[in-house]
Design a protein around this ligand. Structure first.
Ligand SMILES: Cc1cc2nc3c(=O)[nH]c(=O)nc-3n(C[C@H](O)[C@H](O)[C@H](O)COP(=O)(O)OP(=O)(O)OC[C@H]3O[C@@H](n4cnc5c(N)ncnc54)[C@H](O)[C@@H]3O)c2cc1C
Length: 378
């Protein structure tokens, strides 16, 4: 006899765990399976940013983040607000353009001059021209957040099995019936596939084509700097945050992504990319340029062709890929997945733009067309 659950979730990243927690709050029996440990992949390796104002899930993300410590019962180290500072005129103009977009969407943003920026970010230097101050958004600690979701789920009776890869998804009569793992079969009423870049490979045998490209991104961590009022600072092609100990934890933008096989070896940092990140952190924060880099890591980012998350329900199967912004959106993505599983539709926003059907006419060579070539062939 295989164990039976109301819902099985493949993937113990922030998306799968948040969904599982939301579902367990409804009293459903929930099992989360992961091939590794909780948050082993992108979910514990990211920049912790939570300011994705373009997403239909953003208003719910913003509503929920300030409450998450209380709702989960464990700390996420969430801090509100964010600053983006410019060290050249091109970036300064671009950030002001972003500010205008945000204001047009109703999000409060201040345009700040160099002196104000240096007051808010004391490690910025004379090269700082100013920037913008989001009086919304924020950041949290990815490692603590992903574990908080898992503990909160378990407190509600949910189960997480680590080191338990799903090798196949079972179906009968067009419905998903369960999954097979090396530790046996598990059956379920509904299945949530939140397996990051591995979603495509898991669903291909069911004839479901999910266009995802995996990109490798890196982060570095410096020795601690004196604590700043706002820990979330972006600029110079970097995103990141100051940890509660004072360390600067920063990652780079798409220009440093390289393609990688989803089933390939674990992502590891490389000297050239880490060095480039360190140089740009020193340019952004000249008054902290003496700090040594003490840690670095890499992670694999899941990317859809249009950069938007994929959140859809096909019969009793829900597919959830967050396309590189899954950490910040996780309180809201879990809520949306709960709604899709339980009610069949998202209750708080229109997620029509996030459907799988939007890729129906995608050409098979979309990666090449977009210029997303493996490093070796670039
Ligand atoms: C360096 C870096 C910086 C980033 N910065 C930010 C940021 O600042 N803000 C932000 O919002 N996002 C950021 N992201 C993106 C964010 O981390 C991801 O969008 C998010 O973590 C995706 O979460 P997930 O749970 O959907 O997927 P994942 O974290 O990839 O989790 C998927 C899980 O599924 C498991 N799995 C896969 N296949 C199987 C299988 N067959 N059986 C069982 N388990 C399986 C994996 O082991 C993994 O634990 C960043 C990512 C990286 C790498």
């Amino acid at each position: 006899m295989s164990e039976q659950y109301d819902v099985i979730v493949i993937g113990a990243g922030v998306t799968g765990l948040s969904a599982a927690w939301w579902l367990a709050r409804d009293g459903l029996s929930v099992l989360v399976l992961d091939k590794g440990v909780v948050g082993a992949e992108a979910s514990s390796r990211n920049g912790g940013g939570a300011s994705h104002y373009q997403s239909p899930l953003f208003a719910e993300e913003q509503r929920l983040w300030p409450m998450m410590d209380d709702l989960l019962g464990y700390p996420t180290e969430h801090q509100a607000e964010r600053v983006i500072i410019a060290t050249n005129q091109h970036d300064f103009d671009h950030y002001n353009f972003i500010a205008d977009i945000c204001v047009g969407m109703g999000w409060p943003v201040d345009k700040i001059d160099g002196d104000t920026a240096r007051e808010m970010v004391p490690i910025a230097g004379d090269n700082c021209l100013g920037g913008i101050h989001f009086r919304f958004g924020g950041h949290a600690n990815p490692q603590r957040t992903v574990q908080a979701y898992a503990w909160a789920l378990q407190d509600l009776g949910g189960r997480v099995i680590q080191h338990c890869p799903v090798t196949s998804i079972e179906t009968a009569g067009g419905h998903v019936t369960g999954v097979t793992t090396p530790r046996g079969a598990f059956t379920c009423g509904s299945l949530v596939v939140a397996a990051g870049p591995q979603i495509a490979g898991l669903l291909a045998p069911l004839g479901i084509h999910v266009p995802l490209a995996a990109g490798r991104a890196e982060m570095i961590v410096t020795e601690p700097a004196p604590l700043m009022r706002l820990g979330g600072v972006d600029g110079n092609g970097l995103y990141g945050r100051q940890t509660m100990r004072g360390n600067l934890a920063f990652g780079g933008g798409p220009h440093e992504w390289i393609d990688t096989a989803p089933e390939g070896p674990r992502a590891r940092p490389t000297t050239p990319l880490s060095r480039s990140l360190a140089r740009r952190v020193a340019e952004l924060f000249p008054r902290a340029s003496h700090l040594n880099v003490i840690r670095s890591w890499a992670g694999v980012v899941e990317n859809t062709p249009d950069g938007r998350p994929l959140l859809d329900r096909l019969d009793n199967l829900v597919i959830a890929s967050m396309s590189g912004v899954g950490f910040g959106l996780s309180p809201a993505s879990g809520h949306a997945i709960r709604d899709l599983v339980v009610d069949g539709a998202c209750s708080f926003t229109d997620i029509g733009k996030l459907s799988l059907a939007r890729f129906a006419d995608l050409a098979p060579d979309w990666r090449e067309t977009a210029g997303w070539l493996p490093l070796a062939s670039a």
